[in-house]
Design a protein around this ligand. Structure first.
Ligand code: GLA
Length: 393
């Protein structure tokens, strides 16, 4: 199976797709034959602690990949992909119940907004006015606003509906973030669509419009472990990042504003490297991050769909390419994960038990005049696309 297929098949084929918008009890179809019937099945997934009903969408792609997604934060709860023998395994971190996200980790598999990653001191100035955001994170003892604040887009129940087009299936999430939400200016209307294609591409389309100028930086915080959820660390995964620079950070994980060439450093993933190989190197940036937790500036510079990353795990053969229109990617190797977090199958997770590849604009861009702007203005439409292309080798 090749994953370098670009958009081939994306708009192809008009065969009927079973889209069940009803609450059925149909189980997850985990089949890998070439003739999987693509479908979307919706079921209840319990309630949030404030009593909101959460729905679970099971997307079965025509290529065999199966994804369980909830409308609470647009979180991917389970993601089944084949290994090189065709065996399907859940390769993402998540919880079986809403309470798991509320208690342990709200970012697992989640949509992130209004601003992915950190904003220094929870403050920025836009068009002469200073805005204050909740400071919900303090790496190195330095407070900042992380992933949109106390109640980011990860903590909303989004409006959701099933999607189908040809043999592509998906789910569309919409959310209105009110003016002043978490301190951000402007009413922001957001639409995010997840698609599963016949060639095992998970395509994410992000769109947003605002009625006042505001920073916007949307991303997805899925964790991968190609050996399977709660099956040890990701240190043996081989990573490639199509990026010659990172934006180095200070001890608060805020970019210094400079660009650091990766050549000759443990941050050089321009050719495939096992993640664990250099993670303990004597390097200030690795000390600040507690490992890899940095923003790589993609050589593509964004604007068009281009390769950002590739990930491979030798024993299962699982292989992934990440393509994006975004200019940057945050590679975070789960340094804050611990064995106190229960997995979905009764086994606890562990330190570095998953890794995230979050396509984005650079952290703290609203305070960094040298970085590409993240400001969306009335009349403009925010539009980005990211694809996770699954395969085996
Ligand atoms: C991002 C950040 C990390 C961490 C995770 C959430 O990946 O870069 O530092 O906060 O989100 O756990």
């Amino acid at each position: 199976m090749s994953v370098l297929r670009g958009m081939a098949g994306w708009a192809a084929c008009a065969a009927a797709v079973a889209v069940c918008g009803c609450r059925t009890e149909k189980g997850v179809a985990v089949k890998m034959s070439g003739a999987v019937e693509p479908s979307v099945v919706v079921k209840p997934f319990g309630k949030t602690k404030d009593g909101q009903l959460v729905h679970l969408y099971t997307l079965t792609g025509a290529g065999g990949v199966v994804m369980d997604v909830i409308d609470y934060g647009g979180k991917v709860v389970r993601l089944y992909t084949p290994d090189r023998t065709g065996k399907m395994t859940d390769i993402t971190l998540g919880f079986n119940e809403v309470a798991g996200y509320e208690t342990h980790d709200k970012y697992f598999g989640s949509l992130i907004g209004r601003y992915g990653n950190r904003i220094a001191n929870g403050r920025f100035t836009l068009d002469g006015k200073t805005y204050t955001l909740p400071t919900n994170n303090d790496p190195g003892g330095v407070p900042c606003s992380l992933h949109g604040g106390d109640k980011g887009f990860d903590a909303y129940v989004w409006h959701s509906e099933p999607l189908s087009e040809g043999r592509n299936v998906g789910v569309k999430f919409t959310l209105t973030s009110p003016d002043g939400d978490q301190g951000y200016p402007g009413k922001l209307d957001v639409t995010v669509s997840y698609w599963l294609t016949p060639d095992n591409v998970w395509r994410i389309e992000y769109e947003a419009v605002t009625d006042k100028a505001t920073p916007v930086n949307l991303t997805q915080h899925l964790y991968f472990n190609f050996k399977g959820e709660a099956e040890g660390t990701i240190l043996d995964h081989e990573l490639t990042l199509f990026a010659d620079h990172i934006t180095p950070v200070d001890k608060g994980l805020i970019p210094t504003g400079k660009l650091l060439p990766v050549k000759g450093t443990p941050f050089d993933f321009t050719t495939p490297w096992e993640i664990g190989r250099r993670i303990n190197a004597d390097d200030e940036q690795l000390r600040f991050g507690g490992g890899y937790d940095h923003n790589w500036v993609l050589n593509s510079k964004g604007g068009k769909l281009a390769p950002a990353a590739a990930l491979y795990e030798r024993t299962t053969g699982r292989f992934l390419e990440v393509w994006t229109t975004e200019p940057c990617i945050q590679f975070y190797c789960g340094n804050f994960l611990t064995d106190q977090v229960p997995g979905k199958r009764g086994k606890n997770l562990c330190h570095r038990g998953g890794l995230a590849l979050e396509t984005q604009h650079a952290p703290d861009s609203p305070n960094q005049p040298g970085f590409p702007s993240t400001i969306l203005r009335p009349g403009q439409t925010y539009k980005t696309v990211t694809e996770y292309r699954f395969g085996v080798r």
